[in-house]
Design a protein around this ligand. Structure first.
Ligand code: GTP
Ligand code: SPV
Ligand code: MN
Length: 596
C-alpha cells in the first residue's frame, strides 16, 4: 500500500480481477531481487551461471512460441480506427477491454502478483515519466529491475501524482496443485499486446518475452510516449544515442534510428578503428528528445539497461557489449555450456562439447541448427558498459548534432547520404526500409518499409507522426540549430557478401558525419542527397577496401531509385489525407530530380 490513493485503488481492482494467491509490492532492493532469482532457480525456471565465470548471472530458456515481439498481436486501441492509422492493428477499446477482461479474470490463480513502480528516465528528473506495472512473471520483475529504475524510491517521487498503468500477465493460471512449467505463456493467437492511447494505458497478455512483457520499453517508452510527445511537442524515438569525440578532443552527440536487430547496440558502443577517435554510449535503443533553452535538441535515454541481441556479439564485433554482460546479467535463449557459462554463434570461441541449446537439447554443430536463438538476448545494466558516457544519466540530456536513419538494404541504398533540409530529412526517415529480422515473429529477410524504424512502435497514425516530425522543424526555436540528417546502410551486398566491413569501421562514417556537422568534408550532389566525395571517407588501413569497391559502396544508381519510386508511391498512398503536404512535395521533388 502507498499514499497514492489512485494506485492503491488500481491495485485492489486488478487483484480482484486477476485473483493472484499473493500480492507483492516490489521495493527494488538487492535482497528482494536475490530472493526472486533464488525462487526461480528452485522452481527450475532459471539456471544460476558459474559464479566465477559469470558472477550473479542467470540463464533462461523461453517457450519455443515466445521468442520475440508479436507484431500481429500488437494493437493500438484508439476510439477511432483512423487514429491508429494504416500501419497499426486496431480494435475498438471497449471491445478489446471486454475480450481482455475475460482473459484477465482469474489469470493469476496460483501465482504471485508483483506490483512494480518504475521510472523511465533518471529518477525525479523533469523529463522522466513514471509507470506502475503489475505482472505475474518473476522473470519480468528481475528484467525490469535492470532495464528501468524500479522500486520504492519511485513511489517517493510519485507521491500522489499520475502514473501510466501497465497490466501484464503471462496468461497461464495454475489449478490447485498443478505444477508450473519452465516458461508459462499463452499460445500465439491468445497473446495480446494492447495500448489505449487516449487513456495512456497498457494491457499485455499471454507473453513473457522482451518487448511484449517489459512494458516500460516498447509499450511505454515508445508507443504511449509517442502519443505524449505529440501532445507536448517532443520526440520519442527508436534511437541509440552516442557521444563522438575527435582527435582534438571535440565532442558531438549523434542519435540513430535503425529497425530492430539492425545495429543500434553495435553502433552505440563501437570501438573506433581510426586512431584518436572515441565513441561513448548514452543509450542503445530509445531516445526521448526535447528542445533545450539554447534552442538545440536534447536527448535522454529513458532506460537503465541493455536488452541486447546476443548472437555475433564478440570481442571483435562489440567488446563493450560483451564486457557489459560480464556479471549481473540475465541471458535468455542463448546456449549453456557444461561449465555453467553462456555461448552463442559468433561469440568468438568454438562451441564447447556438451553445450545445451536454447531448446534445452545438447547442441550438435553438425545438425545445421543454431545453438542460440537468433533473437536470444542479454539484459545488462547500462552502468556496466565500459564506454558509458559520463552524461548518460544527465536529466538535461545531451545536445544532438546529427540524426541518422538506416536499415538493412542489400542493394540501392549507399553507405551514407545527407539530407538537403529538415523536411528532406523527414522524407528520408519516412521511407526507411529494411529486411525483417528475428526480433519479431514472422519471416526473416523480407524488405519492408519501416518509417523512422518505428513501424511497430508508433502509438498513433503514422501519417500524423510524419506531420509531427515536420512540425518539430517548423517550431524549432532556432532552425539553424536543428540536427543534420543522414541515412546510412552498412548492409549493401555484392554476390551475397557485405561490401562494407561495418562494426568498428563504421567509425569512419561517423568521422565524416562529425566533419559535415562542422561544414567540412567534401560531398557530391546526387538525386537522393549529398554523398561523400570519393576520398572523403578515410579507408586507410582497411584491408579489403579499394577505391573501386568504395565507389560501389557509395554508388547511387538512378535506375534502381526509379524502381524504388513505385514502392514509395505505394507506401505513401496508404496514408491518404494524413500524409503531410510537405512530404508529398519532397516526393515530387525527388521524382523531378530523377526525371520522372
Ligand atoms: P534491437 O535491440 O532489436 O532494437 O536491435 P539493434 O538495432 O540494437 O541491433 P544490434 O546492434 O543488436 O545488431 C543486430 C545484429 O546486426 C547483430 O547480429 C549484429 O552482429 C549485426 N550488425 C550490427 N552492426 C553491424 C554492421 O555494422 N555490419 C554488419 N554486417 N552487421 C552488423
Ligand atoms: C526490438 O525488437 O526492437 C528490441 C527488442 O529492442 S524488444 O525489447 O523485444 O522489443
Ligand atoms: Mn529495439
Amino acid at each position: 500500500m502507498t499514499k497514492n490513493q489512485k494506485l492503491n485503488q488500481w491495485v485492489a481492482e486488478w487483484t480482484a480481477i486477476c485473483q493472484p494467491d499473493r500480492v507483492h509490492w516490489c521495493d527494488g532492493s538487492e535482497e528482494e531481487n536475490q530472493q526472486i532469482l533464488d525462487s526461480m532457480v528452485a522452481s527450475g525456471m532459471a539456471v544460476k551461471l558459474n559464479e566465477e565465470k559469470r558472477p550473479n548471472s542467470y540463464y533462461f530458456q523461453s517457450d519455443p512460441s515466445d521468442v520475440a515481439r508479436v507484431e500481429n498481436r500488437t494493437f493500438i486501441c484508439s476510439k477511432k480506427e483512423e487514429d491508429a492509422g494504416p500501419t497499426n492493428h486496431w480494435e475498438d477499446p471497449v471491445k478489446m477491454k471486454e475480450i481482455l477482461l475475460q482473459k484477465y479474470t482469474g489469470c493469476m490463480k496460483g501465482r504471485t502478483m508483483y506490483v512494480m513502480p518504475f521510472s523511465m528516465g533518471p529518477l525525479g528528473s523533469k523529463i522522466a515519466h513514471i509507470g506502475v506495472q503489475i505482472t505475474d512473471s518473476p522473470y519480468v520483475v528481475v528484467n525490469m529491475r535492470i532495464m528501468t529504475r524500479m522500486g520504492s524510491k519511485v513511489l517517493d517521487v510519485l507521491g500522489d501524482g499520475d502514473f501510466v498503468p501497465c497490466i501484464h500477465s503471462v496468461g497461464a493460471p495454475l489449478k490447485p496443485g498443478q505444477k508450473d512449467v519452465k516458461w508459462p505463456c499463452a499460445p500465439i493467437e491468445e497473446k495480446f499486446i494492447t495500448h489505449f492511447p487516449e487513456t495512456h494505458e497498457i494491457w499485455s497478455y499471454g507473453s513473457g518475452y522482451g518487448g511484449n512483457a517489459l512494458l516500460g520499453k516498447k509499450c511505454f517508452a515508445l508507443r504511449i510516449a509517442t502519443v505524449m510527445a505529440r501532445e507536448q511537442g517532443w520526440l520519442a524515438e527508436h534511437m541509440l544515442i552516442l557521444g563522438l569525440t575527435n582527435p582534438k578532443g571535440e565532442k558531438k552527440y549523434v542519435a540513430a534510428a535503425f529497425p530492430s536487430a539492425c545495429g543500434k547496440t553495435n553502433l552505440a558502443m563501437l570501438v573506433p578503428t581510426i586512431p584518436g577517435w572515441k565513441v561513448e554510449c548514452v543509450g542503445d535503443d530509445i531516445a526521448w528528445m526535447k528542445f533545450g533553452a539554447d534552442g538545440r535538441l536534447y536527448a535522454i535515454n529513458p532506460e537503465a539497461g541493455f536488452f541486447g541481441v546476443a548472437p555475433y556479439t564478440s570481442m571483435q564485433t562489440n567488446p563493450n557489449a560483451l564486457l557489459s554482460c560480464r556479471a549481473n546479467t540475465i541471458f535468455t535463449n542463448v546456449g549453456l555450456t557444461p561449465d555453467g557459462d553462456i555461448w552463442w554463434e559468433g561469440i568468438g570461441t568454438d562451441c564447447p562439447a556438451g553445450t545445451i541449446n536454447w531448446k534445452n537439447q545438447v547442441h550438435d554443430p553438425a545438425s545445421g541448427e543454431v545453438c542460440a536463438h537468433p533473437n536470444s538476448r542479454f539484459t545488462a545494466p547500462a552502468y556496466q558498459c565500459p564506454a558509458i558516457d559520463k552524461d548518460w544519466e544527465n536529466p538535461a540530456g545531451v545536445p544532438i548534432s546529427a540524426i541518422l536513419f538506416g536499415g538493412r538494404r542489400p542493394s540501392t541504398v549507399p553507405l551514407i547520404h545527407e539530407a538537403m533540409s529538415w523536411n528532406h530529412g523527414v522524407f528520408m526517415g519516412s521511407i526507411v526500409s529494411s529486411e525483417t529480422t528475428a526480433a519479431v515473429i514472422g519471416q526473416v529477410g523480407i524488405v519492408r518499409r519501416d518509417p523512422f524504424a518505428m513501424l511497430p512502435f508508433c502509438g498513433y497514425n503514422m501519417g500524423d507522426y510524419f506531420g509531427h516530425w515536420i512540425s518539430i522543424g517548423k517550431n524549432a526555436p532556432d532552425p539553424t540549430k536543428l540536427p543534420k540528417v543522414f541515412y546510412v546502410n552498412w548492409f549493401r551486398k555484392e554476390n551475397g557478401k557485405f561490401l562494407w566491413p561495418g562494426y568498428g569501421d563504421n567509425s569512419r562514417v561517423l568521422a565524416y558525419i562529425f566533419d559535415r556537422c562542422d561544414g567540412k568534408g567534401e560531398t557530391v550532389d546526387t538525386v537522393i542527397g549529398k554523398v561523400p566525395a570519393p576520398s572523403a571517407i578515410n579507408i586507410e588501413g582497411l584491408k579489403d577496401m579499394t577505391p573501386e569497391k568504395m565507389a560501389k559502396v557509395l554508388n547511387v544508381d538512378k535506375e534502381e531509385w526509379k524502381k524504388e519510386i513505385a514502392l514509395i508511391d505505394e507506401h505513401y498512398a496508404r496514408f491518404g489525407s494524413h500524409l503531410p503536404k510537405e512530404l508529398a512535395a519532397e516526393l515530387q521533388g525527388f521524382k523531378q530530380r530523377l526525371g520522372i
